[in-house]
Design a protein around this ligand. Sequence first.
Ligand code: ATP
Ligand code: MG
Length: 412
Amino acid sequence: MQGTQTRYSQLFGKTLRNFPTDETSKNAKFLIKAGFINKRIAGVYEILPLGKRVVSKIENIVREEINAIGGQEVSMSVLQPKELWSETDRWEKLKGAMYQFKDSSGKDVGLGFTHEEPMISMVRERISSYKDLPIYLYQIQSKFRDEPRPRSGLIRGREFLMKDLYSFTTSKEELDKYYEIVAKAYKKAFDRMGLDTVYTEAAGGVFTNENTHEFQVLTDGGEDTIFHCENGDFSENKEIAKVKEGGKCPKDGGKIKESRGVEVGNIFRFGDVMSKKMNFNFKDKDGKDKPIFLGSYGLGITRSMATIVEVHSDDAGIIWPETVAPYKIHLINLGGEKVRKESDSIFDKLCNDQVEVLYDDREESAGVKLADADLIGLPERWVVSEKTLKEDSVEVKKRSEKDIRLEKISSI
Ligand code: ATP
Ligand code: MG
């Protein structure tokens, strides 16, 4: 990550005067206007320095939680040969959704849509015995999907960041056990980044006999519809729902509500289905070849960032939770030379204390600077002005609260 302090005058990716005209989602509008991302083409965005800091923080939260449950980080290739995907017939099945093309030698290749096949192939080459299992591998990497209608900003990209974890175990029981462990880790990771998730039963994908579970964040900006109990102990995606709005929860009789949601994570039990197709076995204690059980666990990094903006914002801009905010403090000087000197020295002090601070040192009007601070949405705004200096103080305001308090400069 970049240093912990930045002068806004030197930052690449300043706020724009207007909202983009070709975006309808709240996340894209705010993230583009505030200078976090840049649109390349529909569903494809570049991440600017401010945005990169948020992405890194989300990644690190996820990394910590996945490392804590035994995950080992790898980096798979994005470019993949057709042969691998033909082993499971998914090359054909994913036509139109996966980017597939011929290289200059005429070979069919595709861009990583997901990574079960390459992961299995890699592990297959290196593991043969029960002694090597279980193993949990994950990566954080760009995925490519030719989404037909990318209208929701970073929620539905054609190129986006995903954390994908794969578990390789010797039995269904072991898989089921780890599946629950991952579910808990996901919940914790989302909690830490300020996302309240509803654990939702959903349809299985290709090659999963069992239902999957999605982590849904309830918001009108979501593309999914879920039916969930008012008491929070039951939730189903509309695609498989056996309940209706106003009906009774099968668990506790509570009322069923219908809500829009964003799926920020999805976990799958492939079991031995793919392993059988790909001849993916281990030698058990009895010397017999048995299929390895596969679990696959996706978590959208950039989609999480977008969802945070959907649920943590107001009319003026974003309200970043402290854990993922690009900086903690937005320091602003309003006034002449004397004020500048004071705020420079407060900035230096914060720098020395390793506080993450963005210092808006531009010669701009108070209106512009305050509006930009609200738009960018750091947890605390610190204003230094003639008025505050009369009290030997800075004015501190939390982005999420209305109250303003004075803090003595000597106590910083
Ligand atoms: P959706 O149903 O929303 O299209 P999916 O079920 O196809 O998503 P998965 O294959 O389950 O997606 O991917 C795992 C995670 O990756 C998702 O839960 C989501 O957080 C993220 N993700 C999937 N597709 C996209 C996308 N197009 N843009 C951004 N993030 C995505
Ligand atoms: Mg999914």
